[in-house]
Design a protein around this ligand. Sequence first.
Ligand SMILES: [Zn+2]
Length: 341
Amino acid sequence: MRAAMIAGKEKMIVTQVHDPAPDGNKVIIKTKLAGVTGYDTTLWELGDITEETVPGHEIVGVVEDPGSRSDLKAGDRVTVLPLAACLECDFCKSGQENLCYKNRNTPGKSKTAHGTFSEYFEARPEFVKKVPDKFSDFEALMLSPAATAYHMVKEIGVQPGWNVLISGGGVMGALVAMWCKFFGAKYIGVFEKNRTRALNIMDYGEVNRIFDPEDREIIDLILSDTRGLHAMFECSGNARFMNTGILTLRRNSTIATLSMYKKSAPINFFMLGQKLIRIRTFNAHTPADFDKVVELVTANPKKLNLKRYYSDSVGLKDLQRVFEELTRDEHEHEKVVVDKF
Ligand SMILES: [Zn+2]
């Protein structure tokens, strides 16, 4: 079958890999959509993945072989949670499957398991989720990133009346803004330099103000709007912006970070200590988060609109160009999906 592979630093190729073989356990899925994420472009930038490995960890497809899932049949539309959890350790047994150390082998995020940028995908049966008919393929693809954003916002405990700052107005930042508003945030500010992304996220209607993170007046502006933030969500991959957050956060507040950092950054620990600010890091979501998001999106389709993030559909052969574009400061993509294999 055809698949895209990272064949070195900033080099994506399309090649043939072995066809998946039914083994009575794994669910074999014919890929309809595979989502492009910041995690994929970071792996590509680093080139730190073997030439044997296919990236991509988001998928919507149809079941080709249901394996050990007796509740599934060929032709069913499914998505797959981006986890490789053991389901046996203390974390897994306490509903924190995203913390399982086995997730280092998550397909498309590791050096050991092929991801979703391929014609077919072999999934662990435990992580395959049937897609409700009411969701389009694209909405179904967005359920997992929406669950990752939901997980962060829920864990931070955003409350009605809160003032929050989001660093990075890409798809992940926009999903965090959506959940902050859903949980009642009163003020949502966003750091975003890219004009297209800034216009898009303002258009969604949840954000009060966009800031240029390099603007020297930014701290005064945020403080005059809010008298101090309750939380900051760092979704840009630029840890440097946390220092602006630290100066605008209240005492006893929290910084949540999601992004995969490409390098270390100096953080103002003096002010962190003065203001008793916590930093919490996040990765992925749990199966329970996914189920909750399906329930909430089904009940609140207008407030939790997952369709709006779509920007382009591309083929495997276009990924090299798309990744080059996505890693430039100025680009006009939002959520890019692969739909031609
Ligand atoms: Zn585990």
